[in-house]
Design a protein around this ligand. Structure first.
Ligand code: ATP
Length: 213
């Protein structure tokens, strides 16, 4: 499953692996990240970083100049689904997009590097990177995890904990692009359909494969 990554385990004594996380909305990425943090990982919310970076006033102004005011949603933030659609749907804009997206990715990498090396005790950087995968960009990850939970489990959890209804979950899932593709790309799948204790045990099992002992 993890193939060469397991062979790399020894090398990771010297290089901190970057673990990218993917999964449907509400699948449990934050829960998994929390367990990894308890195991000493440095967790970076790339989604939040990208959101912040893309919402810098300068970037917002550039996006508006290219794509018009509709690129900004009612909440005053960049409509990321709109951006993703433009990236895939309008090839002529790809060159222009690089001007926006590359600094965002650059910032992410820089932040990841800084955080990872700020504390010698950290074992890894975990990136929650759905936005970047959404727009077809690879963050440089050594291992990709896919957090898997059924539609029923996710719906129940987000209804109870976030007050979302079925339509809201469906809309967010649609904005994330193909989950099948992400699942296929993953080096490791963590199932999160059972209770939290089972998921924690699974994350620990994964960590024991990855981290140098
Ligand atoms: N195994 C579980 N048992 C019970 N509740 C869970 C479990 N896993 C996750 N949850 C709950 O489900 C909700 C969604 O989980 P979480 O926030 O980790 O998902 P996520 O993948 O990070 O979502 P998003 O991508 O939308 O931010 C949370 O309220 C969380 O507490």
């Amino acid at each position: 499953m993890l193939g060469y990554q397991v062979l790399m385990k020894k090398a990771w004594k010297y290089k901190k692996p970057v673990i990218g996380m993917m999964g449907a909305p509400g699948s449990g990425k934050s829960v998994v990240a929390h367990v990894l943090a308890e195991l000493g990982c440095c967790v970076i919310d790339a989604d939040q970083l990208a959101k912040d970076a893309i919402n810098e006033q300068r970037v917002q102004e550039e996006l508006k100049a290219w794509w018009g005011d509709d690129v900004i949603g009612d909440d005053g933030l960049v409509d990321r689904a709109f951006v993703a659609k433009r990236v895939f749907g309008d090839k002529a804009n790809l060159g222009r997009l690089e001007g926006v997206v590359h600094p965002v990715v650059g910032q992410l990498r820089e932040a990841a590097r800084e955080e990872a090396f700020a504390d010698e005790g950290v074992k890894a950087v975990v990136e929650d990177c759905p936005l970047l995968l959404e727009v077809g960009l690879d963050v440089e990850c050594d291992v990709l995890i896919y957090v898997d939970a059924s539609w029923e489990s996710r719906l129940k959890r987000v209804q109870e904990n976030r007050g979302w209804d079925e339509a809201e979950l469906r809309k967010r899932e649609k904005n994330q692009g193909s989950l099948d593709t992400k699942r296929r790309r993953a080096d490791y799948v963590i199932s999160n359909d059972a209770g939290l204790a089972d998921t924690e045990a699974e994350v620990r099992r994964f960590a024991s494969l990855i981290f140098p002992v």
